[in-house]
Design a protein. Structure first.
Length: 452
């Protein structure tokens, strides 16, 4: 009889083609999520024109999906920690595609708000489960890189949404964008149902059929497990039976709060830029096509930033890498505020702003996945997303307030330096809090051994 520690098995073997298949599926899933989350920002100028509505009236349309995202994330995590990551993920992908498609039938802001809210609730369960699955199938030495590669798909999707909208709207109208962006995730959900496995760590934790675990282990490395094999997970002393209690217990609460607040400010920052940048740039005197291109380039900087963050986080202190990146992003954003009249220069700098902020935001998902144990990882990731989405919701209204107050592009960008700096401070607070806690635990352990 042999015993396999699932975490050690994944960490000590090369990443297999089966694991790369899972990573690819999650990458496609996050691309679809990115398209759908960002798409209303690209449709907003056309909706304002066709429906003759103001910035204040369009804000609930932009914010409804974000409000749904917050609720969906908070609900999906505990359910996924109980019933499985795959079930929640597939259901969420199909549902947000369906209600995005239905949004194309809207003729009033009220109906569009309702459809976008329901789509948002479903979208809220997508990214946390993707982060959890990737974390639970990745070797430790590449975990941050794989998580950030997958989450680079979000900014690929957000940027793609800009290019899709800039081509479809002039030819077929804004409704065609919602039709295309609704059908694609519905088709993807079928592929996920057929090809995507449940988390192997979750299966062991919840005592799934041994045959199913053996099948996945042998697909990762052939002829490794058989009927006499016993599967175990690393023992963690600070977990509770209820995943919510684990996230909130004495050990994890400080880190949870730091992650929540940092992600709150991070999503406030990038969603305000993502949702309002096309409108702000257009009102600064650029054409709608130029505004869409600059906003898309901002999103396009994210994938390279994400991969860079993951590579650096696997080699250096993850906390220091992210804190430095947010600080550098703040400095580049200040530079961008002085380039607001030059299209080419503005586009160039927008790419690097997206590189820093969108890239670092994907790194936050890796940081969260590294922090929480398997039994509460989906809850920890989801709650970070849920509370972070509150920042995204507020960004829709903050952007409307700024524009209605007469703020120009420079004023908006300079004001966003504040949350960027706060994020850096919160990340470093988390690092030093747990570094100090580990020092105390080591001292207590040493004292106990001396007494013995």
């Amino acid at each position: 009889m042999s015993t396999i520690n699932i975490r050690e098995f994944l960490d000590n073997n090369k990443t297999s083609s089966y694991q790369f298949m899972i990573i690819s599926l999650m990458f496609l899933t996050v691309i679809m999520d990115g398209i759908d989350v960002a798409i209303m920002g690209f449709l907003a100028p056309e909706l304002k024109r066709q429906w003759a509505i103001s910035n204040i009236e369009i804000a609930p349309v932009l914010g409804s999906a974000l409000f749904g995202l917050a609720i969906g994330a908070m609900i999906a995590g505990p359910i996924a920690d109980k019933f499985g990551r795959k079930l929640i993920l597939v259901s969420c992908v199909f549902t947000f595609g369906l209600f995005t498609l239905l949004g194309a039938t809207s003729h009033t802001t009220t109906s569009l708000i309702i459809y976008r809210f329901i789509a948002g609730v479903a979208m809220g369960g997508v990214m946390p489960q993707a982060a959890t699955l990737i974390s639970e199938y990745s070797p430790a030495k590449h975990r941050s890189l794989f998580v950030t590669i997958v989450f680079a798909g979000f900014t690929v999707g957000a940027a793609s949404g800009g290019f899709i909208a800039s081509w479809l709207i002039p030819h077929y109208g804004w409704r065609s964008v919602l039709v295309v962006c609704g059908i694609m995730p519905m088709m993807l959900s079928v592929l996920l149902l057929i090809k995507l496995p449940e988390s192997i760590s979750f299966m062991v934790l919840k005592n799934y059929s041994k045959d199913k675990v053996i099948q996945i282990v042998n697909r990762i490395k052939s002829n490794t497990a058989n009927e006499s094999t016993t599967f175990i997970l690393p023992q963690i002393q600070v977990v509770e039976a209820n995943p919510i209690k684990t996230v909130l217990n004495q050990h994890y609460i400080v880190g949870s709060i730091c992650l929540w607040l940092a992600y709150f400010f991070a999503l406030f920052l990038v969603y305000l830029l993502g949702s309002w940048l096309p409108t702000i740039i257009e009102e600064a005197g650029f054409s709608l096509s130029q505004a869409a291109i600059i906003a898309a380039i901002f999103q396009l900087g994210g994938p390279l930033g994400s991969v860079t963050m993951g590579w650096l986080m696997d080699r250096y202190s993850p906390h220091k890498v992210l804190a430095c990146t947010y600080t550098i992003g703040a400095a580049i954003m200040a530079l961008m505020s002085y380039a607001s009249v030059h299209f080419a220069l503005l586009s160039f700098i927008a790419f690097f702003v997206g590189f820093c902020f969108n890239g670092a935001n994907t790194g936050m998902n890796a940081l969260s996945s590294l922090f929480f144990p398997t039994s509460a990882r989906a809850t920890g990731n989801s709650w970070m997303h849920g509370i972070g989405r509150v920042g995204a919701i507020l960004s829709a209204y903050a952007g409307a307030f700024m524009l209605d107050a007469g703020w120009g592009l420079s004023q908006v960008l300079l004001s966003l330096i504040i949350p960027a700096v706060l994020i850096s401070c919160l990340i470093m607070l988390k690092k030093y809090w747990y570094q100090h806690a580990l020092s105390i635990e080591a001292a207590q352990c040493s004292a106990s051994l001396e007494q013995a």
